[in-house]
Write a protein that binds this ligand. Structure first.
Ligand code: NAP
Length: 407
């Protein structure tokens, strides 16, 4: 009998035969999904000798949904996510025009998946532009529901933009927006509630996985009451709820021993970009606002080999969706060519979230060994001396063949 997964306060309750939803994705999605599902099933079977098994259930979102139902995001699919809680997805085309800004952003907002979690680390053998990519091992928590993504975005000259400009100009006669009819307006809401729950999940993660530091990344030097307050609320939370687990960077600046406490610091976002390039090993868990997180996660992924193998998760209190971070790369669709690593490593995150870390470990090791042997897809092959070019599905098989006998 298959079990329904429950997620309570962001934590999964999973039986031995959980139903997990999948969205194949558009473009390269079907190729990648086929390769990935085979890897997940092999790992679970091997890790638990057939005693555990995922029951995969497809839900339609994106172009496949449009073709079959006339809608990009049918209500039935949303109902299934609500009921079954846990899903993994390939990339989705962003519809051009129409009412939907982005299917990905919509899913995050509908299910209030407020924590976008992106681990970025280097796997041995992956081509990287860095001299020491091995020093890189961070987990980025990006707030997913607020900031300039919350959809208050008004075209220049629209009634909404004009109204807001009028209101702003009425606040202070000495400080006016000068171009009333030709100024577009976007609003950047950042709340204490939104900031604290995201920062809380980053601290909880650091505690659970034995991470040593959490840095709050912000642009509070300029945006004091949004980005600056994000940081202040983070410290407030740490003091109120984690006084016995967290110590601030300021408290250990004189060289004091933090003991087994997690060090909480903060960095300005622009500085963080150069710090991650120059001193990556000083960073561990990062928590940040939506737009900073968007930029930082792609830049960080590039340092360790690019988006082709960058995994991600969107986690809320009651639902979680794990996803490829790259797009649909339409020019490669149906060619069984691209790297399935991003969905496969998102599956590794999902298995860990489910508490099935033995299966997760098998996949990670299988992937690393396959890359070390230089049996890789085109994106890595073109950057490696003497590599063997594999198709998408063959790379999946190589991961399975390279899984260790025992973990
Ligand atoms: P993209 O699909 O990520 O592709 C850009 C390039 O990245 C590809 O041409 C390819 O590079 C490389 N690439 C992407 N996935 C790869 C993989 N699995 N293996 C190896 N290389 C990979 O970005 P895009 O062309 O800007 O976006 C296409 C569509 O995807 C748009 O509709 C966009 O909105 C959507 N999108 C969806 C998501 C999502 O669902 N999470 C995210 C981003 C974009 P080379 O050409 O160098 O081989």
């Amino acid at each position: 009998m298959a079990d329904i997964v429950k997620i309570v306060d962001g934590k999964a309750q999973v039986g031995d035969n959980p139903i997990v939803l999948f969205i194949e994705g558009d473009g390269i999605g079907p190729d990648i999904w086929r390769a990935s599902q085979a890897v997940f099933d092999a790992a679970v079977d091997k890790a638990y000798d057939g005693k555990r098994k995922i029951e995969w259930k497809e839900i339609l979102v994106g172009e496949k949904a449009l073709n079959q139902t006339g809608e990009y995001m049918p209500q039935e699919s949303l109902d299934l996510i609500k009921e079954y809680s846990l899903a993994i997805k390939g990339p989705l085309t962003t519809p051009v025009g129409g009412g939907i800004r982005s299917l990905n952003v919509a899913l995050r907002q509908i299910f209030d998946l407020y924590a976008c979690v992106r681990p970025v680390k280097w796997y041995k053998g992956v081509p990287s532009p860095m001299k020491r990519p091995d020093l890189f091992d961070i987990v980025l928590f990006r707030e997913n529901t607020e900031d300039v993504y919350s959809g208050f975005d008004y075209q220049a000259g629209s009634p909404e933009a004009l109204k807001i400009i009028e209101a702003v100009n009425s606040l202070n006669p000495d400080k006016q927006l000068p171009h009333i009819n030709t100024t577009g307006i976007g609003i950047k809401p950042i709340s204490a509630e939104g900031s604290k729950r995201l920062i809380k999940s980053s601290i909880e993660y650091a505690i659970k996985y034995g991470r040593k530091k959490v840095h709050l990344i912000h642009k509070g030097n300029i945006m004091k009451y949004t980005e600056g307050s994000f940081t202040d609320w983070g410290y407030e939370l740490a003091k109120a709820e984690y006084a016995d687990r967290v110590i601030t960077e300021e408290e250990v600046w004189d060289g004091a021993d933090p003991g087994d406490k997690i060090i909480l610091g903060n960095r300005i976002a622009d500085n963080t970009f150069q710090q991650l390039l120059l001193r990556p090993d000083e960073y561990d868990v990062l928590a940040t606002t939506n737009l900073n997180g968007d930029y930082l996660s792609d830049a960080a992924a590039a340092q360790v080999g690019g988006l082709g193998i960058a995994p991600g998760a969107n986690i809320g209190d009651n639902q979680a969706i794990f996803e490829a971070t790259h797009g649909t790369a339409p020019k490669y669709a149906g060619q069984d060519k691209v790297n399935p690593g991003s969905v496969i490593l998102s599956g590794v995150m999902m298995l860990e979230f489910m508490g099935w870390s033995e299966a997760a470990k098998l996949i990670e090791e299988g992937l690393e060994r396959a890359i070390e042997k230089k049996t890789v897809t085109y994106d890595f092959e073109r950057q490696m001396e003497g590599a063997t070019l594999l198709k998408c599905s063959e790379f999946g098989q190589a991961i399975v063949e390279n899984m260790p006998v025992k973990v």
